[in-house]
Design a protein around this ligand. Structure first.
Ligand SMILES: Nc1ncnc2c1ncn2[C@@H]1O[C@H](COP(=O)(O)OP(=O)(O)O)[C@@H](O)[C@H]1O
Ligand SMILES: [Mg+2]
Length: 290
């Protein structure tokens, strides 16, 4: 008979939270677009590292893609013994009130924290559908966590599925990376469309921080210029001034598991991501702590 009633009525009685507020007001930025291979993860990782290392901010990089590429990209600066209390998918799907703080580990880059790769996210994509308030799981899990960070960057999977939707509803701003290929631009356009739907139908005041042009090849000037003009006509001031050029040091850094500022601090890639971090801070109106 004891097992008959399993309602969580007791939880309605307010109990002391196990989490304490951190005194910061983290801005949540989703790094998202529908297409893969356009530099989302490279941008999320190096922007996060730049904001932490160059600007003294406390930054959390949330790896929301089951492929776990953020984690691979930072494997060289995370101690192999660093273990989070829970994987992120379990926090999202938990019946208890859990915070993302339990999924974070500290990296060796001062101020930079990360949620480690979680293959369970692939399964979570479907399981989330059955939850009440399925779009708001990440937002809930960040309620207290965001007071512990200045900036929270969420690296999204390359689709408009439940996880991306959770990132958009948890986010204050969305950063959309795209290279100049027609399919990538189309993917970015679809994401802009989703942002509008989220604003209108779900009444969430999500802002577009900007579209960042990535993997820009200096040798194909005419094609680039034509595409850039098309993009600027469509998105105007949303396109960030700083674009990221093609630079092999960026892919080498990713393979080595280091941010570009550690792997090749003098490279063009480092220069571009440093300037992007400054432009992003200006747009977010967050003062540098350096
Ligand atoms: N600016 C760049 N120059 C050279 N290679 C890049 C650049 N940006 C990304 N890459 C490489 O392109 C591939 C896809 O980038 P990634 O950031 O993983 O894309 P996404 O997360 O959108 O799938 C990776 O191998 C990465 O190292
Ligand atoms: Mg990626």
């Amino acid at each position: 008979m004891r097992n008959l009633i399993k309602s969580r009525l007791k939880k309605l009685v307010k109990t002391e939270s196990r989490y304490t507020p951190g005194g910061r007001q983290g801005v949540v930025v989703a790094v998202a677009t529908v297409k893969g291979g356009v530099g989302k993860t490279t941008t999320a990782v190096n922007l996060a590292a730049g904001l932490a290392e160059e600007h003294g901010l406390k930054v959390l990089l949330v790896d929301l893609d089951a492929q776990g590429h953020c984690t691979t990209s930072l494997a060289g600066v995370v101690s192999p013994s660093a273990r989070a209390e829970l994987p992120i998918s379990e926090i999202l799907l938990s019946e208890e009130e859990r915070e993302l703080l339990d999924a974070c580990v500290e990296t060796e880059i001062g101020g930079l924290w990360i949620t480690p790769a979680d293959p369970g996210l692939a399964d979570a994509e479907g399981r989330i559908s059955q939850k009440i308030g399925k779009e708001l799981l990440l937002r809930d899990a960040l309620e207290m966590t965001r007071t512990h960070f200045d900036v929270i960057l969420v690296d999204c999977p390359p689709n408009k599925g439940n996880l991306t939707l959770n990132a958009l509803l948890a986010a204050d701003q969305v950063l959309i990376p795209t290279d100049l290929s027609p399919l990538s631009v189309q993917g970015a356009d679809q994401l802009v469309d989703t942002v509008l739907t989220v604003r209108q139908r779900l009444n969430h005041q999500l802002e577009v921080l900007g579209v960042v042009l990535t993997r820009v090849d200096g040798r194909t000037v005419t094609i680039n210029e034509e595409m850039r003009q098309t993009i600027e006509e469509a998105w105007g001031g949303l396109v960030l001034d700083q674009q990221i050029g093609i630079n092999t040091a960026l892919s080498q850094a990713q393979m080595k598991g280091e941010p570009i500022f550690v792997h090749a601090p003098q490279s063009r890639g480092a220069e571009h991501y440093k300037a992007l971090a400054e432009e992003v801070l200006q747009r977010l109106e967050i003062p540098s702590r350096r």
